[in-house]
Ligand binder design. Structure first.
Ligand SMILES: *Cc1c(COP(=O)(O)O)cnc(C)c1O
Ligand code: SF4
Length: 275
């Protein structure tokens, strides 16, 4: 962040503004149907083959547009006393081959706790892959420790790390180094971004973000249309803008560097591809 600049694109992601208090039609506290997707306390499933564990409500960032900003974490976490039930639930469903550790941010947990989780999940024979959805490599790059790499790499499950960066300025030297450590360890790293008014709603910014990602061997995966969560209405961009931005990115970048622009709609069988 540039000190003193209230329009700084990194600051805007975390700065509480009075705009959040406006009432906006269509914005709710449960924007993507998370509560309906609960299969056990701490376990969500919306899509075939993959289930998502809410490992913790803690996160290093607390983005103001977070789609889980009103999520009832207290009732819905995979806390220690619920863990065995949750593992049994995953073990009883042979249609699952991938588990996603999410939250909050799973990398706010200790390496020891993560190692226990990975070990319990690796013991479920039908699981093949373990995915982590985390912003920690971007915001606290020191979190990518040797121990963490060991935990992710040494198990039976194929690890995949999905980070969250929205603006090229989030990827400084220290961050690029943490990403290089993950990739050098043989772990595929993908990025999800959210299209945010006043942060990254210009083609030059998105282009620079995508270039910096692929130069760091991180593949742009999704660009999300904002989830319509109460309090985030001031971040929303018009749908036409998304189409224009993707078209311009396609004209400027190699195909692999252009993210899929998607929206999440409750009840659908996957994220909905917009362009
Ligand atoms: C978004 C999401 C996923 C991941 O979807 P992919 O398209 O595989 O990245 C999985 N589970 C839930 C509940 C999700 O919201
Ligand atoms: S990093 Fe993810 S979980 Fe954390 S506040 Fe931001 S959007 Fe929410």
């Amino acid at each position: 962040m540039r000190p003193g600049d209230v329009h700084d694109p990194l600051l805007r992601q975390v700065l509480p503004l009075a705009d959040e208090l406006q009432v906006a039609a269509g914005f709710t506290t449960n924007p993507v149907g998370d509560r309906e997707a609960s299969r056990a306390a701490g376990l969500l499933q919306k899509y075939a083959g993959r289930a998502l564990i809410l490992t913790t409500g803690a996160c290093a960032v607390h983005c103001r547009y977070c789609f889980r900003r009103h999520f009832p974490y207290a009732d819905e976490l995979a806390s220690a006393d619920r863990w065995a039930t949750l593992v049994a639930q995953i073990a009883s469903d042979r249609s699952l081959d991938e588990v996603i550790l999410s939250g909050g941010d799973p990398l706010t947990l200790s390496d020891r706790r993560l190692a226990e989780m990975v070990e319990d999940l690796a013991a479920i024979a039908h699981l093949r892959r373990l995915r982590l959805h985390t912003r920690l490599p971007v915001v606290i790059p020191q979190r990518v420790t040797d121990e963490l790499l060991e935990v992710l790499r040494s198990g039976r499950l194929t690890p995949i790390v999905v980070i969250h960066a929205n603006h090229p300025q989030e990827l400084d030297e220290a961050t690029l180094e943490s990403l290089a450590r993950l990739v050098d360890a043989g772990i595929p790293v993908l990025n999800q971004a959210v299209l945010l008014r006043g942060v990254n709603d210009r083609v030059d910014v998105l282009e620079a973000l995508c270039r910096r990602l692929v130069d760091a061997r991180v593949m742009p995966y999704y660009l999300h249309q904002l989830d319509r969560v109460t309090g985030a209405q001031h971040f929303e961009t018009p749908e036409e803008l998304g189409y224009e931005l993707i078209e311009q990115l396609r004209a400027r970048l190699p195909g692999y560097a252009v993210p899929r622009w998607v929206r999440e709609t409750a009840g659908e069988v996957s994220k909905t591809l917009l362009a």
